[in-house]
Design a binder for this molecule. Structure first.
Ligand SMILES: [Zn+2]
Length: 281
């Protein structure tokens, strides 16, 4: 038994799937309360650090077809990634104006900051942080204002928008991180989470669901798990949508992909969720 990092309940977990990739081996369990999935036993801190060490973005660290993290950071893929950000912010009703400061938590090489510079007002202050020193160095070389994870509070400022794109599922204790980030929110600030969503679609993929990444993804939230998580964090859900992020063009070709994506969003069966969280006023 392990306490679910999303709903906070300690229930009997049922075995869901075993995913093995090279020397990485993980067994996924389902929370008996909210249906979220988690790796048990948790990989050691040493193993987790090893996975993120050096050149993380250039490694192919996943066994499933269709999704490859390397693509995401390739320069030629920028327009696609930027179009995704644009769509996500529109879905979440985040306006271009009025956002004075942004912190991208898990900024990697600065891809989202690059988008923000084009998308938001010129005077919007942009900051990034990442667990990987290597990536922080890269982001810094790219000209971005980055700080090590431990130094966020030293900035002595708050943010109107804190973003975690594909980050929270990598964290051992999402609650601890959100509790910390909550203190860095301006009074009307929002935390944006993008993370896979366990649900009807992931069930269809079963053990082949591309988000069951050994060691990297530690816990994947269901819709209910995310709702209970927000409540536990004393945060209000401002907006909560899903999209069919799991059907890259290579798996579902156009024009079907467009129709599929729209349907997934409309009927809310997408296997990626987007959430904005606000402090209770
Ligand atoms: Zn749960």
């Amino acid at each position: 038994m392990m306490t679910c990092v999303w709903c906070g309940k300690t229930r009997k977990n049922s075995r869901y799937a075993r995913v093995v990739w090279d020397d990485l081996d993980s067994t996924w369990y389902r929370c008996g309360e909210c249906g979220s999935l988690m790796i048990l036993p948790r990989p050691s801190g040493k193993l987790i650090r090893k996975v993120y060490e050096n050149d993380y973005l250039n490694k192919r660290l996943q066994p499933h077809t269709g999704v490859d993290s390397r693509i995401r950071y390739a320069k030629e893929y920028r327009p696609t990634v930027f179009a995704e950000y644009e769509l996500s912010l529109a879905d979440l009703r985040i306006k271009k104006t009025g956002v004075r400061s942004i912190l991208d938590f898990g900024c990697a090489d600065g891809v989202f900051l690059e988008f923000c510079k084009k998308h938001f007002n010129a005077n919007t202050k942009l900051y990034g942080t990442d667990i990987s020193e290597h990536l922080l160095g890269q982001a810094k070389d790219n000209g971005w204002n980055v700080v090590p994870l431990g130094d966020l509070e030293k900035l002595g400022r708050t943010f109107d928008l804190i973003t975690l794109w594909d980050v929270i599922e990598h964290l051992d204790d999402p609650g601890a991180v959100i509790t910390r980030l909550k203190k860095l929110l301006s009074p009307r600030g929002q935390i944006l989470l993008e993370t896979p969503r366990v649900g009807a679609l992931s069930e269809q993929f079963g053990e082949h669901w591309p988000h069951l990444l050994p060691v990297q993804h530690l816990s994947l939230a269901s819709k209910e798990g995310m709702q209970k998580f927000a409540r536990r964090m004393w945060l209000m859900i401002e907006k909560h949508v899903s999209f069919g992020g799991n059907a890259p063009g290579s798996v579902v070709p156009q024009p079907y992909k467009g129709a599929y994506d729209r349907l997934a969003k409309k009927l809310d069966f997408g296997d990626v969720q987007l959430v904005t969280l606000k402090k209770k006023s």
